[in-house]
Design a protein around this ligand. Structure first.
Ligand code: DQA
Length: 172
């Protein structure tokens, strides 16, 4: 729920409470520090672990997500996947004024969807675009991204670790 600016203010408030010996419940402070991040995955990413293992690896996204959520337990990390372009646009619009960050792998729609690109441009929440594979070492049609010009940053080619790197970019 907090931007970096809010976090600085909160850390000042926290140190003031601490110095003054006030007993502010720790969970309240933790809640204020918690960032709300959503991972949005596009088409065919529900097949991770089964799909083209040489490119996308053997791990299912649910196994990976469980580990990520445990490792970053003090952050709120939610997840949405759809094979349908309009559903991805609806989700971007829904979270795009409430969340602190969106980690978006629009998969094949990256290379085709002006609708998703426009949604990313329309919202206030920063979007980090991620790809599991190095799209630039693959076919030419994967070199074009309609999303990149409107993304805060792009992380490409680190396997599922791309998602963690994107998450860290919001936390640092
Ligand atoms: C992908 C790369 C896309 O070109 C492809 O269509 C995908 C996955 C990746 O994460 O490497 O489905 O976004």
């Amino acid at each position: 729920m907090s931007s970096k600016f809010q976090q600085v203010i909160l850390s000042e408030i926290f140190s003031w409470f601490f110095k003054s010996g006030s007993n502010v419940p720790a969970f309240f402070i933790l809640y204020l520090y918690c960032m709300k991040i959503i991972i949005i995955n596009g088409p065919n990413l529900n097949l991770l672990g089964k799909r083209e293992n040489d490119i996308y690896g053997n791990e299912s996204f649910s196994d990976f997500l469980e580990k990520l959520q445990k490792k970053y337990a003090n952050q709120e990390i939610s997840y949405f996947q759809s094979n349908i372009e309009g559903e991805i646009i609806d989700k971007i619009q829904e979270v795009g004024y409430k969340y602190d960050g969106i980690i978006l792998n629009a998969a094949a729609y990256t290379h085709t969807s002006i609708g998703i690109a426009d949604a990313v441009r329309a919202i206030k929440t920063p979007v980090v675009e991620v790809h599991i594979s190095n799209t630039f070492s693959r076919e030419d049609f994967r070199h074009k991204s309609y999303i990149s010009p409107n993304a805060k940053g792009v992380i490409v080619g680190f396997g599922l670790q791309s998602y963690e790197l994107a998450l860290q970019s919001f936390l640092t």
